[in-house]
Design a protein around this ligand. Sequence first.
Ligand code: GLN
Length: 484
Amino acid sequence: MMEEEGIRPTDPRLKQFMVRVSKEKDDVDEDTLDEVIDTDLPLIASTLRNLLVIPDFRSFCSHLDQIFEECTDITSGNVASYIPELSKVSPNFWGMSVCTVDGQRYSKGDSTEPFTLQSCSKPLTYGLALQQLGSEKVHQFVGQEPSGEVFNALILDKHDMPHNPMINPGAIIMCGLLKSLVYENHAIDDILAEIMKTVKNLAANEYVGFSNEVYESEKATGFRNCAIAYLMMEKKCFPPSITVDDVLTLYYKSCSILGNCETLSVIAATLANGGVCPLTNKMVLRQDVVQNMLSLMQSCGMYDYSGHFAFQIGLPAKSGVSGGMMLVVPSVMGIGLWSPPLDRLGNSCRCLYFCERLLDFYCMHPYARLGHAVPAREDPTQRPGRDKEEHVIRILCAAARDDVDALQCYFLRNMDMNVRDYDGRSALHVAASEGHLESVRFLIDVCRVDVNARDRFGHTPRKDAEEFGNVYIANVLKCIGAEL
Ligand code: GLN
């Protein structure tokens, strides 16, 4: 890891810092301390406060290792060959990178090996167009519906517009909008530079490059994309003064941007974080732009497998024919994956399997823990003990405001109605001292809580009731034999 990239929780310097600060306060090596603090103070601060989004990052990473290894059994699929340069890539590359919204990072395998983004660039050109033109304008030229067809199908929707910006016709239109409406009079390479600047900002300092070989190779063989562009010319899909040559050049070039798994993971993490890059804390895209991008990645990001993917995984994602893929776990993390062999729909076989296994293990599907459902899988964002603290606050606050409906609800959810706060006080202590008879009755008669619980001052609920002048409640407690 390069120093300017921000520190990882596994970085030995951070560990050294933590150990020293917690155990040998007088013995902090000043140089190390300065170096670590300079590198990433916000990360250190939240680590110290145990506020990182994945508190037990070490065990999360060891599960990722396990899933990563399992994926090596998947050997199906073929490396894309319709762009001749892509067929030269070894099918054995396999990389994975994770970056959380707090900048926790982990990588495995060929995570720094470069590959062209291909269709993973589509949400990015869409995002740039949205950022510059706004959603209303952009969607005068492109729809929001999945096409149900292969990504380079020669089809438009019933309004003669591309179905969405995540497939070739829509992405070609985005290049047209950038050329005609955003960067008018700019040379194609200058517009490419603007796209790459956005990609770099989304990816913090991770690698972003350009493959001229892939670009030339695609330009020489991109007959299907030519047909799509001419169809859209005929149907007047483009904004004014667009030429097929310009728009396709920009499209091929944006597909030929290079990145690696680390790049994709940071981009995905920036999206997961609402457009603010977690490693630089800079807002790269507006929240409304990211919302649009993620919505369409969720419904259209995996070609004509998008419906199945949304059903099974439920998370926004985008794949490309080079075998790359980014997966966004909103408000939690971004994952970048790369394995070149593709299934017949154009998605990487290993990357898909990785997502399935990840969701087998972790409760990440957005509908996996609605309402009172007890999730059947682990939630990596869970903080041990945090749930209990929340229960204490909820139950004691409900007793304090005499909210019997809420107490009833917690009781029906099987929550422990005997929980105590820092002072050893229970809901019954609170209800008795506040003079809330209904809550007292509910806690005694229905929940059958411990009427003799003593707080750290040695007080029972009956003692509290007497002390605060709630005579009737004190009598009720006395009648059922509660101690003073
Ligand atoms: N450059 C590729 C093409 O236009 C991108 C397609 C993809 O990744 N699915 O065919």
